[in-house]
Ligand binder design. Sequence first.
Ligand code: GLA
Length: 341
Amino acid sequence: MGVTSGLIRAFAPGRVNIIGDHTDYTGGLVLPMTIDRGTMIEGQLHDGPVELVSSTEDQPAIVPLDIADPSTATPGWARYVAGVVAEMRPMSGFKGRVSTTIPSGAGLSSSAALEVAVALALGFRGSVTELALLAQRAEQTASGVPCGIMDQLSIAAGSELGPTLIDCHTLTVTPLEFPEDLDIVVVYGHHRTLVGSEYAARVRECAQAEAIIGPLRLALPSDAARIVDTVVRSRARHVISENQRVRDFVMAIHADARADAGQLMIESHNSLRDDFHTSTPAMDDLVTALCARDGVWGARMTGGGFGGCVVALAEQGAIENDEAKRVWVVRPARGAHLNVS
Ligand code: GLA
C-alpha cells in the first residue's frame, strides 16, 4: 500500500547553554537557550528507507527501517538519523532534504537538533519530554557518548522568551524572561567532537562521587570536601557549585543584577577549567579577551567543552555580529515544531 502525505517540514533550533554545564547527567540544573539557527527537514513519507540529502554533507543518509546497529551507519551523520529510526521503528520511510545553519562541532547541539527534527518528520507523537528522551537515547546509541538530557530537552521545549531553566531530575522546564537590552553572544573558537573525548570519563567520575556522598544535586560543598580522591573531589566540587551558580544566575537576572550574572558566568568558566578540566587554552583566552571588552558582563565556555563555543553576556550592541569571525549575537527562538501542508 502506498503512503500518501503532504509536504512535511520539521524544524529544530540549536541551543547555547548560558550556565550550568556538566550538571545534567547527575540530575542538576541547566539554563540553555534555543537560538535563531536551526535544522530544517523537508520532504514526504514514502514506501522505502529514510533517505535524506543534506546541504552540508556530501553523502546522503540512507537508513533502512529495520536498521540493527545505528552506530555502524555511514556516512557519520547517518548514525544520528539511524539512532532515531531504531528508537521509533516507523511504519513508513521518508524522502527529503536537511538544511542547517548550525555549525557542526561548535557545541551548539547540531546532532540533537538533527535527531529531534528527524523524529518529528517521521511522525513522532508524544510530549516534549518523551521526544527529548527518545532523541537522547538515539544520540547515545549513535555516538556511544553517555550524554545527559539538556540538549534534546532544550531543543524540544525551547522558548522565544529567553533561556529555559531545566531541572534535569524532574525534567521540568521553566522559561526565564530575559531583559531585551541584554545580548547573548556566541563565539566559535575551534571544532570539537565529544566522541572519543573525556566526556564519558567525567560521567564516570561523577558517578564515583555519588557513590561516596550521594546525589550531587542534593550535596553541599562540605560533602565534596569529604572525598579523599582529589580528582573525584574536584569533579564533585564543580557540579555542586555549578548547580548553585545556576540558581544564583536566575535570581540575578530576575533582579536585573547584570554584573552579578556576568561574574557567575566567569566563575562557572573557572570551575570548568580548574575543577572539571573541560576547557582548552584557546577557550580560556577567548573568555579573557571577551571579558576585557566594554559592555561585556561575563563569558564562559559552553556545552560539553574540549573546544567549541564560548558564550558572553553583553549590553545590547556592545559586540556586533561578525559572520566572518564566527561571532553571533543570538536571539531566543521557539523550540522544535512541525508543519504539514
Ligand atoms: C553535551 C551533552 C549534554 C551536557 C553538556 C555539558 O552538550 O550532550 O548532555 O552534558 O555536554 O553540560
